[in-house]
Design a protein around this ligand. Structure first.
Ligand SMILES: Nc1ncnc2c1ncn2[C@@H]1O[C@H](COP(=O)(O)OP(=O)(O)OP(=O)(O)O)[C@@H](O)[C@H]1O
Length: 473
């Protein structure tokens, strides 16, 4: 075992990466106190933890993630063991965690408020948070300043700024919707943080809809509805994330309706997010849906290329790292789905660069992202999209290139064109060529039509999700 040299720098690279991925509070509570020893051949890493409680927590929440990280950085599997720090308890107890793909190893998410959570620190209260203090659950890092503006979020951002500046007036409630990882949560925290900066006494609460459900359940069990009402109805600003989670929860919906009415009556502001626009929500009472829609409803779209580049450059600068523009373009062209994935790619590149002590370049980005790029190269070709879409809608693959125009064929063809634009790097003329030599304007029309309808038609949106998941494997 060695506590210096290449082993130590592997551990340090993991720590650096966790420092970027976790909130400051999570990092300071859980990761900072750890020490580790790594064998010189980098096959085993032993992490020392102060006590059993912490050991269990690290094992459940971080061990597999660290193993995965170490494997990516060193290019070989690293067995991660956890041990009680010898200082406290002399007998060493250890658990072995093998590096496994992160999709499998990712610990079950906790309910917000139960413990530390992901990067944005949603509801992540450390166990030793003082009892009784009013917790607004805002993450101070998620501000307007750190949110890159682009056409994808311009309207939502402007509305959110307005609400933060003059809450209780226009756009109440503000309903923000869009796909995963596009910055809805960030925007909500930004509203809260700005209002808090302007009015430090304002009573603000950010919470995930699931936390509200769990608060209703607790109030039920403990017969504490008066306290519950007191707490929610007295707020100046309620920020509630992912309200689609209220589906089928009648009592929650009733309590939310009451809180909603009480808050609006006293000119408190409500900001909500969801994965779909209000009328697209399923299993939520009509009276609530119509309330959701009674202020301003705005969408956040996936960021376009230039915005993705700007986000990468900004985030790298926030880490005091160099990100040449050509590298940012390379990454932005390859990671197109959402900002969270873009951040993940950036973290991999920076960790890889630090660990290998190499400057960030396209070549380095290619190496750091090789898994991601090989998945893309392997799986998503226009031919693959055509075949998958044809199978899904039960038409012949040949109809993708044919001139036939009945809707039962033309529509799947347009969907396939849309997916080809979304999921591959082909240009419009190239896609047109692969669809039986069609003009690029035909492809552009299809892309615009399907992406517009996707925002309005829940069923189409769901079908596209299924197709995307299938194609991405
Ligand atoms: N325009 C942007 N500028 C900078 N960072 C952004 C931007 N949009 C999103 N992010 C970052 O991307 C990550 C994902 O964003 P966020 O958690 O707000 O997404 P979301 O839309 O709430 O997703 P979900 O529906 O999965 O909760 C966050 O770290 C956020 O800070």
């Amino acid at each position: 075992m060695s506590s210096e040299g290449v082993g130590a720098s592997l551990w340090q690279a993991c720590v650096d990466q966790l420092a970027q991925e976790l909130s400051e509070q999570q990092f300071n509570t859980w990761i900072k106190p750890l020490t580790a020893q790594v064998t010189d051949d980098l096959t085993r890493m032993t992490i020392f933890v102060a006590n059993r409680f912490k050991l269990d927590w690290i094992r459940a929440q971080y061990a597999a993630r660290i193993a995965d990280m170490a494997e990516r950085l060193s290019g070989q599997p690293v067995a991660v063991e956890l041990a009680l720090a010898p200082r406290e308890i002399p007998v060493r107890q250890s658990v072995t965690v093998q590096a496994v793909p992160s999709s499998i190893s990712e610990p079950e998410p906790l309910r917000p408020g139960d413990g530390p959570m992901g990067m944005s620190g949603m509801g992540g209260a450390a166990p030793d948070e003082p009892a009784g203090a009013f917790k607004n659950r805002l993450n101070p890092q998620l501000t307007f300043d750190s949110l890159v503006e682009g056409s994808a979020n311009r309207m939502a951002r402007a509305a959110a700024m307005h609400v933060a500046g003059t809450p209780g007036h226009l756009y109440n409630p503000l309903f923000i919707y869009g796909g995963v990882g596009l910055g809805k949560t960030h925007l909500m925290h930004a509203v809260g943080n700005k209002l808090l900066a302007d009015k430090p006494d304002a009573k603000i609460l950010y919470l995930h809809a699931e936390q509200f459900v769990s608060d209703v359940v607790k109030a039920y069990q403990r017969k504490t509805f008066d306290e519950f009402k007191e707490r929610y109805h007295s707020l100046d600003l309620l920020l509630i994330d992912d309200v689609q989670f209220f589906a089928n929860k009648d009592r929650t919906q009733e309590e939310f309706f009451n809180a909603f009415e009480a808050l609006l009556a006293k000119k408190s502001h409500i900001v909500m997010t969801s994965d779909t626009y209000p009328k697209g929500l399923t299993d939520i009472h009509e009276r609530l849906v119509s309330r959701f829609d009674s202020g301003l409803t705005v969408a956040i779209e996936p960021p376009e290329l230039e915005m993705r580049v700007a986000i990468l450059i900004n985030k790298a600068a926030a880490e005091s790292a160099e990100m040449p523009e050509e590298v940012a373009f390379f990454v932005a062209k390859n990671v197109r789905s959402n900002v969270r994935e873009l951040e993940g790619a950036l973290r991999k590149i920076l960790a890889y660069s630090r660990f290998n002590q190499k400057e960030v370049s396209i070549q380095l980005a290619r190496e750091a992202l090789r898994d991601l790029l090989s998945i893309q190269n392997r799986q998503i070709s226009v031919e693959n999209i055509q075949k998958t879409v044809a199978d899904y809608y039960k038409i012949k693959v040949a109809d993708m290139y044919s001139k036939k125009r009945p809707a039962s064929i033309a529509r799947p063809r347009q969907i396939a064109m849309y997916l080809a634009k979304e999921l591959t790097q082909k240009s419009l003329p190239e896609i047109g060529e692969l669809f039986g030599g069609r003009d690029h304007t035909t492809v552009l029309h299809a892309v615009r039509k399907i992406s517009g309808e996707r925002q309005q038609l829940t069923e189409l949106n769901q079908q596209l999700h299924v197709l995307e998941q299938t194609l991405k494997g």
